[in-house]
Design a protein around this ligand. Sequence first.
Ligand code: HEM
Ligand SMILES: *[C@@H]1O[C@H](CO)[C@@H](O)[C@H](O)[C@H]1NC(C)=O
Ligand SMILES: *[C@@H]1O[C@H](CO)[C@@H](O)[C@H](O)[C@H]1NC(C)=O
Length: 314
Amino acid sequence: MSRAAIQSQRVDAPLTQAATFLVLSVTDAPEAIQKVRSTLASISDLSKNVSIRDLNASFACTVGIGSDVWDRVTRLPRPAELHPFPAVKGAVHTAVSTPGDLLFHIRSERRDLCFEFERQLMDSLGDAVALIDETVGFRYFDVRDLLGFVDGTANPVGPAVPDSILVAEEDAHVVGGSYIVVQKYVHNLKGWSTLKAEQQEAIIGRTKLDNVELDDAESGQQSHKTLATIEDDDGNEYSILRDNMPFGSPGSGEFGTYFIGYSRRLWVIERMLERMFKGDPPGLHDRLLDFSKPLTGTTFFAPSASLLDGLGND
Ligand code: HEM
Ligand SMILES: *[C@@H]1O[C@H](CO)[C@@H](O)[C@H](O)[C@H]1NC(C)=O
Ligand SMILES: *[C@@H]1O[C@H](CO)[C@@H](O)[C@H](O)[C@H]1NC(C)=O
């Protein structure tokens, strides 16, 4: 297939007011794989049916497929880097690895469209899947996380977006696809609020009110921003696209950030996690983690829309 003929999923869709992150496992019910294949093949149709109900609501859904079910669900060659999320054990904090076969990243300006899509999706999948996690995210003021910082500023824009998130000729079978890593974090907001704004800013690497980037520390403890910056030996920087969303429930004391990163190269996100959890220099982990604990960690691959459509051909 030529590259021009391949259509990606809407991985670069804009951040919206609402998002649902749905992680499912595929069951061993009879015909489960068949049902998953036919549902994934009709995802673009289902998306159209829901998005037409308000064209202004920027509806988009991205599907990710996990390493364990890739072969059975697609019957196609595996993306070169696809493997389960590797736990990262630092001296103090651990990035846990948790199961997940399918990810649906559902986005819209309207919460009801996300809900309606998910309802029809679950109807279609029936007993072929079991729920692992469903997180409903919302926009918080000017795209802030619940720690109070603007989140997503350093994302690539324009032509840098496909360049950093879409697999190209380097892996010809899955051109137009994207690796996805998700982690559901819960925050210790009480602890965080005992820090002075300057301490919080040093941890993140940006100012809180006006979101100005701070210089990298010359040595010693590095900020989150610095630890999450990945360069190769030639000084080339590798970006990822993040669509983090806050979630939570003040009534039950839950305050979280759902981290989702899209990348053309899985190793870039994995190196970010190594640097955050083990520290650089080693031992000086990302202080953000003293107030943020990941409950999940799962890797997926979002194949092109063309590949998904083709799953219905049997
Ligand atoms: C509790 C979870 C997290 C929170 C609240 C958080 C928050 C932030 C904030 C506020 C910024 C600065 C503004 C921006 O550029 O977006 C940032 C930057 C960034 N974060 Fe995170 N983050 C979290 C987890 C992660 C994880 C797990 C990764 C990667 C595996 C990551 C990767 C990045 C990257 C690549 C940048 C941009 C660095 C730069 O080039 O300036 N973040 N994050
Ligand atoms: C989309 O809507 C059309 C028209 O109502 C219907 O025939 C079709 O089955 C729907 N597709 C999906 C995937 O729900
Ligand atoms: C979509 O938004 C535009 C501009 O805000 C508005 O003029 C138009 O009426 C809206 N269309 C619908 C279908 O809501």
